[in-house]
Design a protein around this ligand. Structure first.
Ligand code: HEC
Length: 148
């Protein structure tokens, strides 16, 4: 049983290895940041929707992290289309100004959320609208510039 499990694990790792891009490549770097963004925003959204217990301290920390991460993916997009394994649409490089606008929109929305968490006696109700704005900013850019 153990041997069989090990064999399956090896096959899985080999297959994953074939698929994997160089972890230092820009595509891998931005994907890793996007995953972290997703993970962080899901935890915050989960606290507001009752999937996770609301914890004001953890929420405030998560909002700071989200705001920091929101500034990080863009440096890993080159000026020219690049990258196998990328799910970015070619339009991104044809309409870079629009892409950058949407990136700034995300940064602005995470700044508002972060600011909102500085209140005393943080209440989920006051965080819902700014969190919705963050999620809308993710979605707006994905609809225009990401292949699903
Ligand atoms: C300005 C545009 C833009 C914004 C804003 C944006 N994304 Fe993305 N996102 C992209 C693009 C483009 C890709 C595809 C990257 C690639 O594959 O090269 C992507 C990919 C992803 C991926 C897939 C990563 C992978 O492993 O393939 C996740 C998850 C993701 N974004 C989450 C988020 C979350 C969460 C937010 C908001 C907090 C967000 N994104 C905001 C443009 C954006």
């Amino acid at each position: 049983m153990y041997k069989r499990f090990t064999a399956i694990l090896c096959i899985t790792l080999i297959t994953a290895g074939c698929d994997r891009v160089d972890p230092d490549s820009p595509v891998a770097k931005r994907k890793a940041i996007f995953k972290e963004l997703l993970h962080t925003s899901e935890n915050l959204g989960g606290m507001l929707r009752g999937r996770l217990p609301f914890d004001a301290g953890a929420f405030a920390e998560g909002a700071v992290k989200l705001d920091t991460l929101a500034h990080e993916p863009w440096q890993h997009f080159a000026k020219q289309p690049e990258g196998a394994n990328s799910s970015a649409r070619p339009e991104l490089w044809q309409r870079q100004a629009r892409f950058e606008d949407l990136a700034r929109r995300l940064e602005a929305s995470t700044a508002v959320l972060r600011e909102q968490t500085r209140q005393q006696a943080l209440q989920p109700a006051s965080l819902k609208a700014p969190m919705d704005a963050v999620e809308a900013a993710c979605k707006a850019c994905h609809q225009e510039f990401r292949n699903h």
